[in-house]
Design a protein around this ligand. Structure first.
Ligand code: NAD
Ligand code: DAU
Length: 357
């Protein structure tokens, strides 16, 4: 028995693989193209571990996916691989359409072909778990109730539109072909191995370097933050016990405005690594807003709690402290990431933005 994970060298995927192999001996075949976001250093502790089979390759490569399925005969596919950064999708949407839509289509077709060769208990047990996002639901007004699984799809960015399209494909493959799928729509994750172009790791890394902390617009956009290991436990619960064809929203019951997140990170750094030059919050710099910036996301995670008994284990206070401590201890990881294409990205995304209130 094994599972096939796609995108297992990225932020959430690598946390999932590490947690999976810490809790079970069931092997993981990890298919990842190693884009800028894929980092095998995240999985360094698995070097020489026969339970982890890493394959560098593209989910759009049907022949490769067919070969992997035929060779390893996994009991499930957990599909993380995606282009995941909203700002990058605004600068260059093409890669998002290719990986998130064509890639999911290719995987679904390969999985359908493999699943149709299975029989009896193996066929009944097979699962295709699609990992998706709350962004497919669009933006909430301040007083609106949180997203439930029946909220209309109203994606607003090229990223969220491509993820919405992939969700629709997964749904259609269940309804038309009877494919045994489950989908999770999760809120913003944070934690170890988070690529430092996303809000929380960017703020930690920039603060430690004495660089500006760029807050888009007025900083009052609200996100619902979940510690990444809680996302991983939710995926395991849905994979094992979720009802076929269902979607489950996953969130941290933790809505926060961006500016408050940045101030919390600054206060933790003031405590754990004080800067002789003064409080880190002095580095906060308001910059031009993200085009089409969604104002608020909030997840109603009652369905997964009611049906599967899942709730996040971390509070935001405990999770963000662990996260800041992790980045303080892992300057080596940050330095390696920064020596790569990360630097070009900073120039591309922030170079053209005006600063000011
Ligand atoms: P990430 O960008 O950190 O990692 C994506 C991984 O996919 C990388 O390792 C990359 O190399 C790989 N990849 C990209 N294109 C590929 C291709 N064509 N073939 C094979 N591999 C490819 O992303 P993440 O933040 O870990 O997100 C993982 C999944 O979870 C995504 O599907 C994302 O939409 C979803 N999600 C993310 C969040 C979040 O807060 N980060 C929240 C909810 C849902
Ligand atoms: O909601 C789930 C989504 O969360 C996932 O589907 C995405 O893959 C993931 O990247 C994340 O998307 P966001 O756009 O919410 O994350 P990001 O870290 O890019 O930004 C978080 C908020 O912080 C957002 O409102 C934009 C703002 N921001 C971000 C950056 C990078 C800033 O104010 N300044 C910044 O420099």
């Amino acid at each position: 028995m094994s599972i096939l994970v796609t995108g297992g060298a990225g932020f959430i995927g690598s946390n999932f693989v590490l947690d999976w192999l810490a809790q079970s001996d069931e092997p993981v075949v990890n298919l990842d193209a190693l884009t800028y976001a894929g980092n095998l250093r995240n999985l360094a502790s698995l070097q020489g571990d026969a339970r982890h089979v890493f394959v560098q390759g593209d989910i759009c490569d049907r022949a490769l996916v067919d070969r992997l399925l035929a060779t390893h005969r996994p009991r499930a596919i957990v599909h993380f691989a995606a282009e995941s950064h909203v700002d990058r999708s605004i600068h260059g949407p093409g890669a998002f359409m290719r990986t998130n839509i064509d890639g999911t289509f290719t995987l679904l077709e390969a999985a359908r072909g493999f699943w149709s060769t299975l029989e009896g208990a193996d066929k009944a047990a097979f699962r295709f778990h699609h990992v998706s996002t709350d962004e497919v639901y669009g933006s909430l007004s301040p007083a609106a109730p949180a997203f439930t699984e029946t909220h209309p799809y109203e994606p607003n960015s090229p990223y969220s539109a491509s993820k919405a399209a992939s969700d629709h494909l997964v749904r259609a493959w269940h309804h038309t072909y009877g494919m045994p799928v489950v989908t999770t729509n999760c809120s913003n994750n944070y934690g170890p191995y988070h690529f430092p172009e996303k809000l929380i790791p960017l703020m930690i890394v920039n603060a430690l370097a004495g660089k500006p902390l760029p807050v888009y617009g007025d900083g009052q956009q609200v996100r619902d933050w979940l510690y990444v290991k809680d996302h991983c436990s939710a995926i395991r619960a849905v994979l094992e016990r979720g009802r076929l064809g269902e979607t489950y929203n996953v969130g941290g019951w933790n809505e926060q405005a961006n500016i408050d997140i940045v101030k919390i990170v600054c206060a933790l750094l003031d405590e754990l690594r004080p800067d002789p030059a003064g409080p880190y919050a002095r580095l906060i710099t308001y910059v031009t807003d993200r085009p089409g910036h969604d104002r608020r996301y909030a997840i109603d995670a009652r369905k997964i709690e009611r049906e599967l008994g899942w709730r996040p284990a971390e509070t935001f206070a405990s999770g963000i402290r662990k996260t800041v401590e992790w980045y303080l201890a892992r300057g080596d990881w940050v330095a390696e990431v920064q020596s790569g294409s990360y630097r070009d990205w900073v120039a591309q995304n922030y170079g053209g933005r005006a600063t000011g209130a």
